[in-house]
Design a protein around this ligand. Structure first.
Ligand code: FAD
Length: 299
């Protein structure tokens, strides 16, 4: 099946679309082809078509943990944000991969289910949260997940249980397999709704106080090295506030890099490399990026 033939099934595929429109950093080059599947059938058709036409395939959720290089992404890019159904059954909530984890957490809270409060302010999708094992304020996605439904790169549907997902700090099995998360089911605990919601509003207020949410960013750029905190190391190294092009190490939260206006992905990456180099020299620590870096360099 030719990729562009899918248009006749009503699947809209756009060409050469700047991805900076979608990324939280507001940077990144174009997608060669871009589609927003609306359901599992469209997703499967698009994945199959990409395989048959030998086009590389990239799956994106809410693009809140991504730096896409300025040369963009060759092949087909799928953004799953149209697959956003959330259903509650007894003590479980099942959300499609493109549903926002925030909306999933508030749906659970309003149904009197506790366990996703930590996610109240994480701006990613359910697929991205499962892929990253996103976490905050002492909670992690893996603690609430019961199972994750995926489409493998070979086109098979599979359901992984929590153990099979091999979750660890900002890691899951999906990072190795390249499977596409279609949906996740969370197993939660019944509890009074008001305190759950109060806790979520409190965590969001903390976030607004500590994080530079007034600027585009990708959240914490680096993973926390064992036994250390990234922000204080950056401050001690004299790098807080350092700016390259439009990318600045945040003066409010040194672990964030904000787009002060007109930043490119190259600005972000140059600043990341500078921070990694200086931290290595000063503390002998290799900072690993939490943010995922994909795509090609600009010519
Ligand atoms: P994307 O950025 O779209 O993608 C990230 C990776 O996941 C990519 O490699 C992509 O290929 C893969 N992926 C996405 N969806 C799928 C899918 N359906 N199937 C297979 N692979 C997929 N993170 C935290 O953990 N805790 C925080 O407190 C936190 N705070 C943040 C605050 C701000 C202001 C910002 C901007 C980001 C923050 N993040 C935080 C980072 C981010 O929100 C999380 O990592 C989130 O889980 C990423 O989800 P996403 O849908 O945006 O993923």
């Amino acid at each position: 099946m030719e990729l562009l033939n899918l248009k006749k099934y009503g699947i809209d595929i756009k060409e050469q679309v700047p991805l900076s429109k979608y990324t939280f950093t507001k940077t990144g080059g174009p997608a060669q082809y871009l589609a927003f599947p609306k359901n599992e059938t469209e997703l499967t058709q698009l994945v199959t078509a990409a395989q048959q036409t030998k086009l590389p395939l990239t799956v994106i959720g809410n693009a809140s943990n991504l730096i896409i290089r300025d040369g963009g992404i060759a092949g087909l890019v799928l953004i799953l944000t149209q697959m956003k159904q959330i259903t509650v059954t007894a003590e479980q909530v099942t959300a499609q991969a493109g549903a926002r984890i925030v909306d999933t957490a508030f749906t659970a809270a309003n149904a009197g289910l506790s366990g996703l409060e930590f996610a109240a302010g994480i701006p990613g999708s359910v697929g991205g949260a499962a892929f990253m094992n996103a976490g905050a304020y002492g909670g992690e996605t893996c603690e609430a997940v019961k199972s994750v439904r995926v489409l493998t790169r070979a086109g098979e549907l599979r359901t992984y249980n929590k153990d099979e997902m091999q979750f660890s700090y900002r890691h899951s099995l999906i990072q190795e397999t390249g499977d596409i998360v279609i949906a996740a089911t969370f197993e939660l605990t019944p509890a009074p709704k008001a305190p759950i919601l109060a806790n979520m509003h409190y965590l969001n207020a903390l976030r607004r106080y500590k994080q530079p949410l007034e600027y585009p960013s990708c959240g914490s750029v680096f993973k926390r090295p064992e036994g250390h905190y990234v922000g204080p190391m950056i401050i001690q190294a004299g790098l807080q506030g350092r700016q390259i092009g439009g990318a600045q190490d945040s003066t409010k939260h040194a672990g964030f890099i904000v787009n002060k206006g007109g930043a490119t992905a190259t600005d972000y990456l140059d600043l990341i490399h500078l921070i990694q180099k200086v931290i290595k020299e000063k503390f002998a620590i290799d900072l690993q990026t939490e943010v995922r870096i994909i795509g090609q360099k600009a010519d």
